[in-house]
Write a protein that binds this ligand. Structure first.
Ligand code: OFO
Length: 171
């Protein structure tokens, strides 16, 4: 059985995952209307993943005697000056999510809720992976700079990254 404070903290994370999904959906749209098809499909699949992260939390809360709460979401920022700026925001956002997960891990230990602590390890590992992907992408984006040919190839290659990560998405 979840304590009220753990239930509230997990529900805060439900909202963060839902907002992450919205943020990446907005990024997918930004890229799609600019004809950056690869980047856009990468963002669509990131958005789907975040929804899965949210659902995993929802199920856990409900299974442990709590009740998942779906709250109102803030509208994501739709303006990015460049695709580089967009990927910088993606990394920044993932770092924010990691900090939030770390805080949850901390609370679960404080309350000696080892089941929740154990459940959260999946998110800890996932965040390491997501931050690493975001950093690798950003390094490539920085390397490309203003080179249009580089952007063309990057947009093509990132599509492959989407296919690869979808193949290994955990349930
Ligand atoms: Fe990428 O944030 Fe979910 O966990």
């Amino acid at each position: 059985m979840l304590s009220k404070s753990i239930e509230n903290a997990l529900n805060k994370q439900v909202r963060i995952e839902a907002e992450s999904s919205q943020i990446y959906l907005a990024m997918a749209i930004w890229a799609e209307v600019k004809g950056l098809e690869g980047i856009s499909s990468f963002m669509y699949s990131q958005s789907d993943e975040e929804r899965e992260h949210m659902l995993k939390l929802v199920k856990f809360i409900n299974e442990r005697g709590g009740e998942a709460h779906i709250s109102e979401l803030d509208a994501p920022n739709l303006k990015h000056k460049t695709y580089k700026e967009m990927f910088e925001k993606l990394l920044e956002h993932e770092i924010f999510v990691s900090e939030s997960i770390n805080e949850l891990v901390h609370i679960s230990l404080q309350e000696k809720d080892y089941a929740t602590h154990n459940f959260l390890q999946w998110y800890v590992a996932e965040q390491i992976e997501e931050e690493a992907v975001a950093r690798t992408i950003l390094d490539k984006v920085k390397m490309i700079g203003d080179d249009k040919g580089g952007l063309y190839l990057f947009d093509r290659d990132i599509q492959q990254l989407t296919v690869d990560s979808a193949a290994e998405t955990p349930e």
